[in-house]
Ligand binder design. Structure first.
Ligand code: FAD
Ligand code: MG
Length: 296
């Protein structure tokens, strides 16, 4: 069977695109590996109408609504390869299946490369966060530690000071010039040059000099890269942003390969559920246009 559109990644962005296409009577195949980026956090914040709702529930409600459309096929699995060209793509899965589609949409999300600090990964999405708009309010203007990973951390320490009293750990990963020091000082950010040994308790930072500092929560700025190598393997151009690597697209969310589109965290920055859904809805409509007017 030739599907109108094959979507790799069935989370917020991929499902938002699918919804537009299904409502335009297109046949859509979603292939999803089931590893949403926010799976480490229980509640999702900041998405209008769904503020404080479980991240998994937002996704499962959306999926239930999509499943009511008869032109949707959903496959649980991982897309590993794309061959062919516009109007005749074949997408293969890790399970060895081959699926055919006229257009391909990559909504595969990003993976966070966390700083290598003992005890940090286990607390990711619980007491260690990256986005203050998502998780800052709940810290109740308490003490916040920002764990430096690189130049982006300076900006993170500055902005997070809107949500509490910030200590910025350089941790051997951030260099500050006079201008950065002055900006941090203006925001009343405390700068701590010590190295971090480990994280304990909820958000206790144990330093190499044997001090232990207790916080309401911690923030860090991970480097992001596509969660799946599929775009790079297919030859889609990637680009570097301030927060990591993403797939390059044009205004219509088409990648450097005609007929292959990308949306959500893997194809835009910054990142949130709201922005992923908006990007997906836009991509879905643009793919629909490209099926009607392929020459444009
Ligand atoms: P994702 O949700 O990451 O989904 C990508 C999907 O594609 C996954 O299901 C994955 O398994 C699948 N996939 C990947 N590769 C393949 C492949 N090759 N084949 C098939 N399927 C594949 N944002 C908010 O707005 N509010 C919050 O409170 C919030 N909390 C967060 C907490 C944490 C800990 C993190 C890390 C992020 C948080 N975010 C939050 C950001 C939010 O998770 C992302 O912006 C959002 O998930 C992006 O949606 P997406 O559909 O682009 O990608
Ligand atoms: Mg998605």
């Amino acid at each position: 069977m030739m599907h109108d559109v094959i979507i790799a990644g069935g989370s917020y962005a991929g499902m938002a695109a699918a919804l537009q296409l299904l409502r335009a009577h297109k046949t859509v195949l979603v292939i999803d590996a089931g590893e949403r980026r926010n799976r480490f956090a229980d509640l999702s914040h900041g998405f209008l109408g769904q503020d404080g709702v479980a991240a998994a529930e937002i996704a499962s409600t959306a999926r239930k609504q999509l499943m009511a459309y008869p032109t949707l096929t959903w496959v649980e699995g991982r897309a590993v390869g794309i061959r062919g060209e516009k109007d005749d793509f074949t997408v293969t899965t890790a399970g060895g299946q081959a699926h055919h589609g006229r257009r391909v949409l990559l909504a595969t999300g990003v993976a966070d490369q966390l700083p290598d600090i003992a005890g940090l990964a286990e607390r990711w999405g619980k007491s260690v966060h990256h986005c203050p708009y998502c998780h800052g309010y709940e810290l109740d203007r308490g003490k916040i530690g920002v764990i430096g990973t690189g130049p982006m951390s300076i900006h993170q320490a500055e902005i997070v000071s809107e949500w509490g009293d910030v200590t910025f750990f350089l941790n051997g990963a951030v260099e500050l010039d006079a201008d950065a020091r002055r900006r941090l000082q203006d925001r009343k950010v405390r700068i701590d040059p010590a190295l971090i040994s480990r994280i304990e308790g909820s958000a206790e930072v144990v330093l190499a000099d044997a001090r232990t500092l207790v916080f309401a929560g911690l923030f860090t700025a991970p480097h992001c890269k596509p969660a799946s190598p599929i775009a790079e393997r297919a030859g889609c151009a990637l680009e570097e942003t301030l927060i990591g690597i993403q797939i390059r697209t044009d205004e219509a969310k088409q990648t450097s390969i005609a007929g292959i589109f990308a949306c959500g965290d893997v194809a835009r920055a910054p990142h949130s559920v709201t922005l992923a859904v908006a990007d997906g809805a836009w991509a879905g409509a643009q793919i629909h246009r490209s099926l009607i007017w392929p020459e444009q």
